[in-house]
Design a protein around this ligand. Structure first.
Ligand code: ADP
Ligand code: ZN
Length: 301
């Protein structure tokens, strides 16, 4: 069976075709400008994969969408499948699911981009077999997907752990980069916050150990809080900032320090496996979207 997968991001829309094993068989990328410009191209890509003249086995049977947010993922809500009050103004209140469902008339699965990445990792990557795990992306923004008892968490909307309040690290007087909060995780530790604090893009600061010491302390605070609240079996870290791989040992060290032996589990005794990079080579999001499509097809059957 073939499935359509859309990883809807703030800069690009990755459109792909995959199978039930998570194999990506075709892929294209379309810039995210405005819905009027972008969506016709996205629709055209998938429409070609449901064309009646295609042999049945070459048609997609469902579409999965992992979408930048905030988004409405509450199936019973009137605005289910809408992008909500995103800073990307043209996309505010855009009915993503409805638009694709109207265009393709196949089952559509939908979740946040970070839940999508986590789902990809839980299905085919480093979180296989786990019931409780979280995925953080630390890039332009900070977001977290979470799975508890085998289910992706939504709750009243969806978690927004990029806005956990941080304790300021002593000596750090940076005002913060979040318009809503004085010192939240995203405001203190996102890529743009690093650039704003240090006056250079994060990728050009590799040789300044103090940058990554401070960054690791903020990341570790968030991971400590999530460890204590959600009790995940694994924490996966992705996003552009985490391509600074020297962060991993520092983050593990500070998380252990902050937990301070308050709890001891086999997971926490193996910090290298507890706090880990994504394992699907940047394909975790689009593979998660394939799985969302598989789940949507199953729900309809
Ligand atoms: P997005 O969050 O926009 O979906 P990314 O996760 O790739 O995409 O994050 C991009 C951000 O990550 C950039 O704005 C920059 O701040 C940061 N970044 C990108 N590459 C690096 C790098 N090599 N080292 C540190 N930070 C980086
Ligand atoms: Zn914030």
């Amino acid at each position: 069976m073939l499935y359509g997968a859309l990883e809807a991001g703030g800069t690009k829309m990755i459109c792909a075709i995959g199978n039930e094993n998570g194999q990506i068989l075709d892929q294209t990328s379309i810039p995210t400008s405005t819905p009027d410009e972008t969506m016709p191209a996205v629709i055209e890509y998938f429409k070609a994969k449901i064309a009646p003249d295609l042999p049945e086995e070459d048609r997609i049977v469902a579409l999965g969408i992992a979408c930048f947010g905030p988004v409405d993922v509450r199936p019973k809500s009137k605005t289910y499948g809408y992008i909500l009050n995103t800073p990307k103004i043209p996309w505010r209140n855009f009915p993503m699911v409805q638009t694709m469902q109207d265009a393709l008339n196949i089952p559509v699965g939908f979740d946040t981009d970070v839940n999508g990445s986590l789902l990809g990792e839980a299905t085919w990557g480093c979180a296989q077999g786990l019931t409780d795990a979280v995925y953080f992306t630390i890039g332009t923004g900070i977001g977290m997907g979470a799975m508890s008892g085998g289910n992706l968490i939504h709750g009243m909307l969806h978690p927004e752990a990029g806005h956990l309040i941080m304790s300021r690290v002593e000596g750090d007087n940076y005002k913060g980069h979040c318009p809503n909060h004085a010192a939240c995780f995203e405001g203190m530790a996102s890529g743009p916050a690093i650039q704003d604090r240090w006056g250079k893009p994060a990728k050009d600061l590799k040789d300044m150990p103090e940058v990554w010491e401070l960054e690791a302390k903020y990341i570790a605070q968030a991971l400590m809080d999530i460890t204590m609240t959600l009790s995940p079996q694994k924490i996966i870290l992705g996003g552009g900032v985490m391509s600074q791989t020297q962060l991993f040992p520092l983050v593990r060290k500070y998380v252990a320090e902050y937990i301070n032996d308050y709890i001891t589990t086999k997971e926490l005794r193996n910090m290298n496996a507890y706090i880990t990079p994504a394992a699907l080579n940047g394909n975790q999001g689009i593979m998660g979207a394939i799985k969302l499509a598989v789940m949507a097809a199953e729900a309809e059957a």
